[in-house]
Design a protein around this ligand. Structure first.
Ligand SMILES: [Fe+2]
Length: 549
């Protein structure tokens, strides 16, 4: 069992991850929208019908998990809980309910982090599920892609989920495209939609759902599986045009299925939130199957403009708010981020000091004035500053332009001031305490090394401070201020039951704390891993909603 690689949570501020993510996002934004591989895929693959599970008798159970395939502890903890044959859970009223492992497992998007490659899917997603299902009943697995699956134009995703002869983690797969329809008992239909990277529906997908719609009778009830919670995003970021095009699901409801969906399921945001409107339509965001936690307190989503009201959230807002303090530990949580700041600070100090004479550095105000003068007069120096400020503006929360410019510029100035302070301290130390001659090679090399060494932790701390203020005071940077925390706890998924009367009950199940340690065990003659951590918590019910048939 030693060969299993137990990966840590993705370090989103690791310069290599940052650079590669930026590259993939740029590529997929530039080319992805023009070369839609769904088209090629659909044309090349076998015609896909709906997958029929309607004949099942008794209670029909299935699981829905989204945003999985990050660190080992969180991903495997959820996989292991899903695979257990039955879970006894306590309802809010004190009564118990026994939930059964699903006949189906539906992945709701973002099946791997940070980017989709064969080996990342293998180590971060498939291996945990293979071990979890060892010696246990294996469900049929279905999946739709999220943005992280789309970054390689679905090449690795298709290999894993769209080749029935291959299967996933030892479980059967049946779909041949990135979207599908499931006919469930009691005339419930689950329609899983691929919206690419915020793009619209492609023609083969529309035709597919038109064929499915033709097979439905008037009493059919719909569950939509979508890649992102546009009902939250369009409310939180109304300025952002792509979230305003509800065209895709609205189009499907009005033009294709000629009825409204009763339930929407999605991931993308890594928490649990349930919204409901006056008609009882449920819109559920459930992205807690492995990836870092998103905050539930910001942006606020209690009352959405589209008439939906928040009925449940996990973790609760108090917990979420308290967790944001961890940004003060940013340098410890993201040690590799320091390299970037070490480089930025050392370069800034180098350029600032290049044109300063001994007389310019007698005291702090004189040195500052001389450095600013040099920044304006020396083109290279000035270009460097413009690049830094521009870079920080680029990094800042992309949804509101004014916040982006103000926040980004302020953040950049903070770092430049800190770089100057660190450079000044290095200068004082080398010329004062070490009594080196200003401008000598030794003095310049030692002060350069000091700036490089201090720049990492100081820069990383300032970034943490900036993220803390952004999320706590302004409710901005919700993703950046929580991806930095790499929180593996507060994980959850959905277990759904259709009873013989046709009622659909949705159980949201959570693990407050996932295990950190595991031990090898044998189940049904095969080796697997079991939790070995007394501090880990058992699965618990966080919300139940019944949708009457
Ligand atoms: Fe995600």
């Amino acid at each position: 069992m030693n060969e299993v690689r137990r990966r840590a949570m993705v370090g989103w501020y690791d310069p290599r991850v940052l650079a590669h993510s930026a590259y993939l996002v740029a590529i997929s934004n530039i080319f992805g929208r023009h070369s839609d591989t769904r088209l090629i895929e659909a044309l090349a693959s076998q015609p896909q019908a709906e997958f029929d599970y309607s004949a099942a008798s008794g209670d029909f159970w299935f699981d829905y998990a989204a945003d999985t395939g990050d660190g080992w502890n969180s991903t495997y903890a959820i996989a292991d809980a899903i695979a257990q044959p039955a879970l006894d859970l306590r309802r809010a009223d004190g009564t118990n309910v026994t939930t059964q492992a699903g006949k189906l497992l539906v992945f709701g998007g973002d099946e791997v982090y940070p980017y989709p490659t064969r080996s990342e899917y293998e180590t971060r997603t498939e291996t945990p599920y293979r071990l979890a299902f060892t010696g246990r009943a294996r469900p049929d697995v279905f999946a739709i892609p999220g943005n992280h699956d789309w970054y390689d134009s679905l090449v690795a995703f298709s290999r894993l989920f769209c080749r029935p002869e291959r299967g996933f983690a030892g479980c059967p797969t049946r779909q041949t495209r990135s979207y599908f329809a499931l006919e469930l008992p009691a005339n419930w239909w689950l329609l899983a939609i691929d919206l690419q990277l915020g793009a619209d529906l492609d023609e083969p997908q529309v035709q597919y759902f038109q064929k499915i719609a033709a097979r439905m009778d008037d009493a059919a009830r719909l569950i939509f599986c979508v890649p992102e919670p546009r009902w939250i995003l369009e409310d939180a970021y109304p300025e952002h045009s792509s979230y305003n095009e509800r065209a895709s699901t609205q189009f499907l409801e009005e033009q294709v299925f000629k009825r409204k969906a009763r339930v929407y399921l999605t991931g993308d945001l890594h928490f649990y939130k349930r919204h409901e409107n006056a008609e009882g339509v449920q819109k559920i965001t459930s992205g807690g199957a492995g990836a870092f936690l998103h905050p539930t307190h910001a942006p606020a989503t209690h009352q959405l403009r589209n008439g939906f009201t928040q009925r449940a959230a996990y973790p609760d807002e108090r917990t979420s708010r308290a967790l944001s303090w961890r940004n003060f530990l940013f340098p410890l949580l993201n040690p590799k981020a320091g390299w970037l700041y070490a480089f930025l600070y050392a370069m800034s100090a180098w350029l600032a000091s290049a044109s300063l004479q001994a007389a310019d550095v007698i005291d702090l105000p004189t040195a500052l004035a001389a450095a600013m003068n040099a920044a304006i007069r020396d083109p290279l120096n000035g270009m460097w500053l413009v690049t830094i400020v521009g870079g920080f503006i680029f990094f800042t929360d992309t949804h509101v332009r004014s916040w982006r410019i103000l926040g980004g510029a302020f953040h950049a100035v903070l770092h430049l001031a800190a770089a100057f302070a660190v450079g000044w301290a290095a200068l004082r130390l080398t010329t004062g305490a070490l009594e080196l001659h200003y401008g000598s090679i030794l003095q310049l090399l030692i002060s350069g090394a000091i700036v490089f060494l201090l720049g990492g932790p100081v820069g990383a701390f300032i970034l943490g401070l900036y993220l803390f203020v952004s999320i706590r005071v302004f409710g901005r940077h919700s993703t950046e201020a929580f991806s930095s925390l790499r929180i593996q706890d507060f994980k959850q998924w959905l277990r759904l039951r259709i009873d013989p009367a046709g009622n659909l009950t949705i159980f949201a199940i959570a693990l407050d704390r996932v295990p950190r340690r595991w031990r090898t065990m044998v189940r049904a003659g095969a080796e697997t891993l079991a939790a070995d951590d007394a501090r880990a918590t058992a699965p618990k019910l966080i919300d139940v909603v019944e949708v009457r048939g």
